[in-house]
Design a protein around this ligand. Structure first.
Ligand code: B3K
Ligand code: ZN
Length: 875
């Protein structure tokens, strides 16, 4: 083995799991926060785990990041010398310890130098933490694994003037003054928790307060903290929180357990938010909202994320994960819970369309790429790389399938059993499925393959009809492509919700089929006519289902299917079929043409004022370039873009009066509200404006400018801006960008949108413009939101420019990865995604993408995060 190979990080395996040798009964933490250095005093009550078969032979193992400066270590008051323990990059091992003892540990850390944003760090002027998954080991030496649960008492001490607000988990139990203008607050959290749920915040913050009375009559204080300039943007989060609390009582019978629930908004954050017990920490982008500064999409994201983190209090905190291979236990279940909540609060069909669109583009692409992994992975090098669409979104689909198979009542019974049986425990996905099996009496052993087998299954449907006997047969065949480490797959147990429709659209039968074999035939007798099958209603399983539909059959489903999701999907299937043919024509140098039938059906949709605007807005949106790319054998980026633009412009020209009339009809004088109906109207209106602008007519530019100037909400203003910027009106685009900048330069989140819509501008020269924007005073490469709005928006949402033939886009991304590798490894690894998909592109592009991946791999001192993604991509 070469020297280099020896130093490469090794994966850890689920099969190697061992129970912890020691448990922590109580954790007392004292933080002395300071600008230069922070002192952390940890006092742990430790005892041997009676369930550990290694008994007294097992050393005490504490995780400790290499950045920790160990000042003092004592056992039962005796100071340990360097000979008493061994420390490497990751662990501190003490080989001989008593059965039960007190461990004291004094550690020095430097939060102000922490650019990885894991552990304790500074976001603008405040201190905050992020401990999931393995950030606590950057704060002190500790068994930083989710199956070690402890009661915490935390004292935070800091300068009173700079840090008047001092927060941690649980309830405040003491506070007071110290010398030299310092003060302290002590917090106690009575619920045992793993270290990943620990949180601390210190800053100069304002608060919005409210109270919530639980179903059993307990009053809970609700507090949302933010910088004073953002105090006016917290109402929507507060309302969402109260709605989520009520919903969880009603739908799952789950009440909140502490007397206080706090949320803090911070600007520097690697992901959306974090469910720390009683003290959620949120990226500002997922909690702040006001009509003038926030789009409808962001209002809905705030509602969804606030609910998600709240729901974790049961699915995650009260019942947590045994190890990180079980991550989807809490994430898949909680995403399922938050998506059902959002469906209940808004439009169920629209929510399902949005979720499935994301799953089918991004998660399916992940599952077809080098990072493909099962919902319960077998191994990982860096757990941060496994906060994926597969764990979250596919994990939620797996829970949804259980809900479909068991029915709402048995599912609820199963969730009651799960929460009651495992309250206060760290458990596995098997435990979850077992609770569902016990509640329903069903054998779910085959179903569990959804947790262990990766890849997107395919289901091929065909049928036969016997007119004489009225017997209809539906044949379903399933298969699943190989994924890394899994060449062969066993059949899945999948619910296929269906309906059978007569020629006139009447529903002849409906239900749920259970497909368990590689091939299965389902027989329906006594039908008067050959039906058209509506399959996979509501997207009842996360699979690619094919059936040889004719356009006429799809049109019939589009008009008559009682399942809203499948009505939309019928339209998508028609559009995808057409676009795939046009891509071939384009590549063969043939002229593109727009079929009259499409124009006629869209005209009918636009003219039918009785239809739900939300549905119409979705039906008239062409499948995205990303979705067509995911479906393609080889991705021809320019052809896909050209075809989609051709269709947009042709449909705009052919239906101009209809677009204009629908636009006008969808304008409203009502004051702004982010409810489902109003959002649907705005979405349809802005869709129409987008088509209209492709016609390059000055009067329509004037219409967009008028909307930009007169809008009383960010949805309409930003839509007008981005449509003009992305249109052929280049001068007007630049002018509006300047005006928008002048109006909003003081609003950081609004400026992120301003960056992003320039970064994903498909016109030539985007890379130079993005590079220019990196010099903008508001761009800050240490802030993940800024990196996402410029670098990620360019690399992941601007395919034509990112895949430019000169390789400039690939080089640009690789340069960023190399720069961020040390500075913020989590963000670096995440930004890498577009390069990892190289196998899907034509040969010349493949070679250029691989060359950049190899250049990254050749860097010395690659973080585990980046090493894992790059090495797996090249394998
Ligand atoms: N549990 C956190 C995610 C933590 C990510 C750590 N790299 C947010 C959530 O899913 O609710
Ligand atoms: Zn979560």
């Amino acid at each position: 083995m070469s020297q280099q190979a020896q130093q490469q990080p090794e994966p850890i395996y689920l099969k190697d799991y061992q129970v912890p040798a020691y448990l922590i009964e109580h954790t007392d933490l004292r933080f002395e926060l300071d600008e230069e250095e922070t002192l952390v005093r940890a006092t742990l009550k430790v005892r041997r785990n009676p369930d550990c078969s290694r008994g007294g032979r097992a050393p005490l193992e504490l995780h400790g990041h290499e950045s920790l400066e160990l000042c003092r270590l004592c056992i039962d008051g005796e100071i340990l010398s360097e000979r008493d323990f061994i420390r490497d990059d990751e662990l501190l091992r003490i080989s001989e310890v008593p059965e039960a003892f007190t461990l004291e540990c004094l550690t020095r850390i430097h939060p102000q130098l922490n650019t990885a944003l894991e552990g304790l760090y500074k976001s603008d002027g405040m201190f905050c933490t992020q401990c999931e998954a393995e950030g606590f080991r950057r704060i002190t030496f500790y068994p930083d694994r989710p199956d070690v649960m402890s009661v915490f008492r935390t004292t935070v001490e800091a300068d009173r003037k700079r840090y008047p607000v001092l927060l941690s988990n649980g309830n405040p139990v003491d506070s007071g003054e110290k010398d030299e203008g310092r003060h302290f607050v002590t917090w106690e959290d009575p619920f045992p928790k793993p270290a990943y749920l620990f949180a601390l915040v210190a800053g100069d913050l304002e608060v919005l307060e409210d109270t919530y009375t639980t179903a059993s009559g307990r009053a809970v204080k609700l507090q949302i903290f933010a910088e004073s300039k953002d105090l006016d943007k917290l109402d929507h989060a507060m309302l969402s929180l109260k709605n989520a609390m009520r919903w969880d009582e009603k739908v799952y019978g789950r009440e909140y357990d502490l007397d206080i629930y706090m949320i803090v908004a911070v600007d520097f954050f690697n992901m959306g938010a974090m469910e720390n017990k009683g003290l959620n920490i949120f990226n500002t982008s997922c909690v702040l909202a006001s009509p003038r500064t926030t789009t409808d999409a962001a209002f809905q994201r705030v509602e969804g994320v606030v609910a998600h983190e709240y729901f974790h209090n049961w699915s995650g905190n009260r019942v947590t994960c045994r190890d990180w291979f079980q991550l989807s236990l809490k994430e898949g279940f909680t995403v399922f819970r938050d998506s059902e909540f959002s469906a209940d609060m808004n439009s169920r069909t629209v929510k399902r369309i949005e979720d499935v669109s994301m799953l089918r583009t991004a998660q399916f692409a992940e599952d077809a790429g080098p990072m493909s992994h099962p919902v319960r992975p077998e191994s990982f090098i860096e757990i941060s790389n496994f906060y994926t669409l597969t764990i979250y979104e596919k994990g939620a689909e797996v829970v949804r399938m259980l809900h479909t198979l068991l029915g709402a009542e048995a599912f609820r019974k199963g969730s009651d059993i799960y929460f009651e049986r495992h309250d206060g425990q760290a458990v596995t996905t098997d435990d979850f499925v077992q609770a569902m099996a016990d509640a329903s009496g069903r054998d779910l052993s085959q179903f569990k393959r959804w947790y262990s087998q990766a890849g997107t299954p395919r289901v091929e449907a065909s049928d036969s009809w016997d007119a004489e006997t009225g017997c209809y047969r539906l044949i379903l065949r399933q298969s699943c492509p190989p994924t890394p480490g899994q060449a062969e797959k066993q059949p899945f147990h999948m619910p296929i919700a269906y309906g059978l429709l007569g020629a006139g659209g009447a529903e002849l039968a409906a239900g749920v089929l259970e497909l368990t074999d590689a091939e299965q035939t389902f027989t329906f007798d006594g039908l008067a006519e050959k039906p058209v099958p509506s399959l996979l209603r509501g997207f009842s399983a996360p699979v690619k289902l094919s059936y040889p539909y004719s356009d006429d059959q799809l049109l019939m489903l589009l008009k008559h299917d009682t399942d809203g999701f499948n009505r939309w999907d019928a339209g998508q299937r028609m559009a995808v079929n057409l676009m795939q043919l046009l891509v071939e024509d384009y590549r063969a140098g043939k002229a593109l043409s727009l079929p009259d039938a499409l124009v006629d059906s869209w005209r009918a949709l636009l003219n039918d004022e009785s239809l739900d605007p939300a549905m119409v807005a979705h039906l008239l949106r062409l499948p995205s370039e990303a979705y067509l790319a995911e479906l393609a054998e080889v991705i021809y980026v320019d052809a896909i873009h050209a075809v989609r633009e051709f269709l947009r412009k042709s449909l705009a020209d052919a239906l101009k009066p209809e677009w204009l009339a629908t636009y006008r009809r969808s304008c409203s004088e009502e004051p702004y509200a982010p409810d489902a109906d109003a959002c649907a109207r705005r979405s349809l209106k802005n869709l129409c404006l987008g088509y209209l602008l492709t016609t390059d007519e000055d009067t329509l530019l004037a219409l967009a400018e008028e909307q930009f100037n007169d809008a009383d909400n960010m949805t309409d203003q930003q839509a007008a801006l981005s449509l003009v910027v992305h249109s052929g009106f280049r001068d007007a685009g630049r002018r509006l960008l300047d005006e928008f900048h002048a109006q909003w330069h003081h609003e950081s989140l609004v400026m992120n949108q301003w960056f992003a819509l320039q970064a994903n501008d498909p016109w030539p020269g985007a890379l130079e413009r993005v590079q220019g924007l990196q010099e903008h005073p508001l761009f800050d490469e240490r802030n993940p939101n800024k990196l996402r709005s410029l670098v990620a928006a360019f690399c992941a949402q601007n395919p034509v420019n990112f895949h430019a033939e000169d390789g400039s886009g690939y080089r640009y991304l690789a340069d960023w990865i190399i720069k961020l590798n040390q500075q913020n490894p989590q963000i670096a690894a995440r930004l890498l995604t577009p390069l990892t998909r190289w196998r899907r592109y034509p040969d010349a592009a493949q070679a250029r993408m691989k060359a950049e991946l190899s250049r990254i791999l050749a860097e010395s001192e690659l973080s585990k995060d980046v090493y894992e993604v790059v090495s797996k991509s090249l394998a």
